[in-house]
Design a protein around this ligand. Structure first.
Ligand code: F6R
Length: 260
């Protein structure tokens, strides 16, 4: 796991955008795994800015989002489809027909979950998977206790996650109780995983998943089992890391190697 400690959230977003652009330049028809929530917003803004400057194009890319609430009608302002449209798809040249999110609006949620897994496979798998992390260590909506081998399925949200996400709704009562989410196994199949964490509220979860044991009680810890993970954190989210000095030292050496 490569842990990169950066000054602030803006630096995290810039570095994340660099990694996206590098992936897209290497393979314009790559498959991107995308996340919603507060953390990736600045990265999406930066990608939109670079697109508008002619620095990057998404026209041949395919995307799969991590998750979607169950029961919100299409077009609901808090649905993740709407979020993606507003913050990334409509600001860039993504081809809407290749932008996928799980469908949490129908009656056959099991069928929709299975179809989603098949669609990812048919697209050739995810090249770059973007992740945020919940304050309880969840990735996508795999809450503590989720199987580390899980695939796309319906998952109940914890009270903690509903509370964390209530800021986007009028009240916590409006936050759905269920989601369709890719599984931890689905995430681990991605070729490169990029996790972003910013702010002091994430410091405890960051320490636990980077330096603690691998356990289903802290879903992000499963990333320790993956061969290519980049973790970008700001100083506030890195505050509880006991080996921060070592990660900084590794980065210095790594930058020298990459520069040479
Ligand atoms: C969103 C998702 C979630 C968020 C996590 C952090 O698609 O899968 O796991 O990444 O809840 O959310 P923020 O970024 O709002 O703190």
């Amino acid at each position: 796991m490569r842990v990169v400690i950066l000054e602030d959230a803006a630096a995290v977003s810039n570095r994340a955008a660099d990694i996206f652009c590098h992936t897209l330049r290497k393979r314009p028809d790559c498959v991107l795994g995308l996340a919603t929530g507060g953390t990736p917003l600045k990265t999406y803004q930066e990608l939109a800015r670079r697109y508008q400057n002619g620095e990057v194009s998404f026209s041949d890319a395919t995307s799969f989002n991590l998750d979607e609430y169950v029961g919100l009608p299409a077009g609901h302002p808090q649905s993740y489809r709407q979020f993606m449209h507003e913050h990334l798809f409509s600001c860039t040249d993504f081809d809407a027909s290749r932008c996928h999110l799980p469908d949490g609006s129908g009656n056959d949620l099991k069928g929709a979950s299975e179809q989603y897994e098949s669609a990812i496979l048919a697209a050739g798998g995810i090249d770059l998977q973007l992740l945020g992390i919940g304050s309880d260590g969840h990735i996508a909506f795999n809450e503590p206790g989720s199987s580390l081998a899980s695939r796309t399925r319906v998952k109940a949200l914890t009270q903690q996650t509903r509370q964390d996400n209530a800021r986007f709704f009028q009240s916590i009562d409006e936050v759905p109780r269920l989601s369709i989410t890719v599984g931890i196994g689905t995430i681990l199949d991605a070729k490169h995983i990029l996790l972003l964490a910013t702010g002091e509220k994430k410091a405890s979860a960051v320490r636990a998943f980077v330096e603690g044991p691998v356990t289903s009680m802290l879903p992000a810890s499963a990333l320790q089992m993956h061969r290519h993970v980049t973790v970008l954190v700001d100083e506030a989210a890195a505050a509880w890391l006991s080996r921060a000095d070592y990660y900084r030292q590794v980065e210095e050496v790594q930058s020298e190697l990459e520069g040479s």
